[in-house]
Design a protein around this ligand. Structure first.
Ligand code: IPE
Ligand code: MG
Length: 237
């Protein structure tokens, strides 16, 4: 018997376990982050091949700024390298890059690299790749609430008209569909402040592998797991 597989429109991933991957091999954490960047490359290619239209990955949280300065430097260096070396390829593949999070904490050259990458790929729509960096879900919701409050205070918005759609429209992700699936690697079973509002009805898939070992077949497994779940959105099946 053949069954049809529904491809999720939007897959979001908490890429976790780079440090433990490295420690298990007696390597510095930076080596884990480098392999993590390779895993991201494989996953982006795999997502394209599987027909996933939206891929959002959590690479650096607003809390990750509290890591030792050396590790933050390593991660920023990797991001610079990634933004310089991957953009032409992503553009050639028809991918559109978005970055969500608080950019004010990045060095100016990184802010410029992000803006250039977003401008270059704005017209693409084959794969929508969103990098959540310096991102925190609560901060995002607070900023949206503040924007709505400012409009209300200025008399541009009737507080009674504020609904879920109004708040959704003020998030970084305003023009993205909600994720169908949220994957987290490394065996941790938490959202850790990732897409809190957007993941209200997402299927959560936890994978024991560390992120540097993740690849297309793991993404395929997650798609199959998603297909085994019955989504009812609070209604009766
Ligand atoms: C995920 O790996 C990458 C980032 C959060 C930057 P970690 O660095 O969190 O790895 P673990 O959790 O220490 O193994
Ligand atoms: Mg971690």
């Amino acid at each position: 018997m053949s069954t049809t597989v529904t491809t999720p429109t939007h897959v979001a991933i908490v890429m976790d376990g780079n440090g433990r991957w490295a420690r298990a091999r007696g390597l510095p954490r930076a080596a884990g982050h480098r392999q993590g960047a390779e895993a991201l490359r494989r996953t982006i290619t795999g997502a394209g091949e599987l027909g996933i239209r939206y891929l959002t990955v959590f690479g650096f949280s607003s809390e990750n700024w509290n890591r030792p300065a050396g590790e933050v430097q390593d991660l920023m260096g990797l991001m610079r390298h990634y933004l310089r070396s991957e953009i032409a390829d992503l553009h050639a593949k028809g991918a559109r890059l978005r970055v969500i999070g608080d950019r004010s904490r990045f060095d100016p050259d990184i802010v410029a690299l992000i803006a250039n990458a977003e401008d270059l790929t704005r017209g693409n729509d084959k794969l929508n790749l969103t990098l959540a960096i310096s991102y925190g879900g609560r901060d995002e919701i607070v900023a949206a609430a503040r924007a709505l409050a400012a409009d209300a205070a200025a008399g541009k918005l009737d507080p009674k008209s504020i609904d879920a759609a109004a708040l959704t429209g003020r998030l970084f992700t305003a023009d993205l569909p909600d994720p169908d699936v949220v994957i987290r690697t490394s065996g941790e079973k938490r959202l850790s402040n990732f897409l809190l509002w957007q993941s209200a009805y997402s299927e959560l898939v936890f994978v024991d592998k560390y992120w540097p070992d993740f690849g297309k077949s793991d993404l395929e497994d997650a798609v199959h797991e998603f297909n085994r779940r019955e989504r009812r959105y609070g209604a009766v099946g």
